[in-house]
Design a protein around this ligand. Structure first.
Ligand code: NAD
Ligand code: TYD
Length: 355
């Protein structure tokens, strides 16, 4: 077994943050398998693209032959699985890709990882890890006074996205229980930070506010999410990979529950200071309530005492500091923004918000 990890979906938002952090802090090499869907962007990894410890492979996780040959060729000590269709609204419009990548793709990885792992010498078998990166959305929706999601909360997914992630989590669990494949699962709350594709709430609001476009808040804007700065999530994943016991799952969250309207108002008020000459100021004048998302989960909140207790992890960033860093990043990366907000992105925005 080599000192290499195989990452899937490393050209997306969290995957690219993970690889950048990994290359800065760890010694193992990285092979990044990504299909480069609309959400995958190799520019995110430009600064490490010529590093000899990094290799990109363009391909689909569903293709078992490809996955199997990468495992054989690179002999990784871990597989870190980010690749997914990740946007709830897109899953409502067209669930097919969610089933293919999130369910079938995870199944392909598990089958190929199992075949590879069985062939390893005993010591290497014990050291190998399959880390499955999942979401808190598998637990469904909380009422205002409900206790936050813990690792033992029953699964109750409500969107095609969360149902497909739940299915993949169950497969991962079964591969540990049935075959003893050394799996780890993490269920994380909403991430935000650099490189997030601007179909998601925070980057969409930052970019729309700067250009004087409407800020579309679904329903009454009182849906609650628990926000985590992406670099804190990546640190948690490195910790779980290093110290997590096979078969375990860990909830990861920021301890920053906020309703959507509050998020949008915070973004607007920071932009009022940073960009007093934008087309519409104060930026909050752009807030527009639009039709609610069908099946819209009301509240997510994470109990992350397990990872704090067992692994000693805690988020470093508060929402206050993380959102400032994030806004600054988007303002300073105009070329990245211009590239991702052309083409298929425009079509999505036009069709989704037109109805
Ligand atoms: P993303 O949509 O930004 O990136 C997904 C990446 O996967 C892209 O690079 C895409 O090209 C790649 N991909 C898609 N289908 C593929 C396939 N069939 N084969 C190979 N690559 C493929 O997603 P993200 O926000 O970075 O999320 C990463 C993971 O973390 C996902 O599994 C998601 O469910 C989970 N997660 C995300 C959040 C969040 O707030 N973004 C929170 C909790 C968990
Ligand atoms: P999103 O970033 O899509 O993440 P998720 O659905 O996985 O939580 O949305 C976060 C919250 O913001 C969610 O309650 C839906 C809401 N939202 C809006 O109000 N307007 C928007 O334009 C978007 C994209 C999301």
């Amino acid at each position: 077994m080599e000192n290499t990890i195989l990452v899937t979906g490393g050209a997306g938002f969290i995957g690219s943050n993970f690889i950048l952090q990994w290359m800065a802090k760890e010694r193992a090499s990285v092979v990044n398998l990504d299909k480069l869907t609309y959400a995958g962007n190799l520019r995110n990894l430009e600064q490490i693209s010529s590093d000899t410890r990094y290799q990109f492979v363009h391909g689909d996780i569903v293709e078992r032959k490809l996955v199997g040959s990468l495992l054989e060729r690179h002999g990784p000590r871990a597989l870190v699985h980010f690749a997914a269709e990740s946007h709830v609204d897109r899953s409502i419009r067209g669930p097919d890709d969610f089933i293919s990548t999130n369910v079938q793709g995870t199944f392909s990885l598990l089958e190929e990882a199992r075949a590879y792992w069985i062939g390893l010498p005993e010591g290497d078998q014990a050291a190998f890890r399959f880390l499955h990166v999942s979401t808190d959305e598998v637990y469904g929706s909380l009422g205002p006074d409900d206790a936050p999601f813990s690792e033992t909360t029953a699964y109750a997914p409500n969107s095609p996205y969360s149902a497909s992630k739940a299915a993949s989590d169950h497969l991962v669990r079964a591969y540990y229980k049935t075959y003893r494949l050394p799996t780890l699962t993490t269920n994380c709350s909403n991430n935000y930070g650099p490189y997030q594709f601007p179909e998601k709430l925070i980057p969409l609001m930052i970019l729309n506010a700067c250009s004087g476009k409407a800020l579309p808040v679904y329903g009454d804007g009182q849906n609650v999410r628990d926000w985590l700065f992406v670099e804190d999530h990546c640190e948690a994943l490195r910790t779980v990979l290093e110290r997590g016991k096979p078969g375990e799952s860990f909830n990861i969250g920021g301890g920053e529950e906020k309703h959507n309207l509050e998020i949008v108002e915070i973004i607007c008020s920071i932009l009022d200071d940073l960009r007093p000459h934008d087309p519409v100021v104060p930026h909050r004048k752009l807030i527009t309530f639009v039709k609610d998302r069908p099946g819209h989960d009301r509240r997510y909140a994470i109990d992350c005492r397990k990872i704090e207790r067992i692994q000693g992890w805690k988020p470093r960033e508060s929402f206050e500091s993380g959102i400032r860093k994030t806004i600054r990043w988007y303002l300073e990366h105009e070329a990245w923004v211009n590239e991702v907000t052309s083409g298929s992105y425009r079509q999505w925005i036009e069709s989704h918000y037109a109805t």
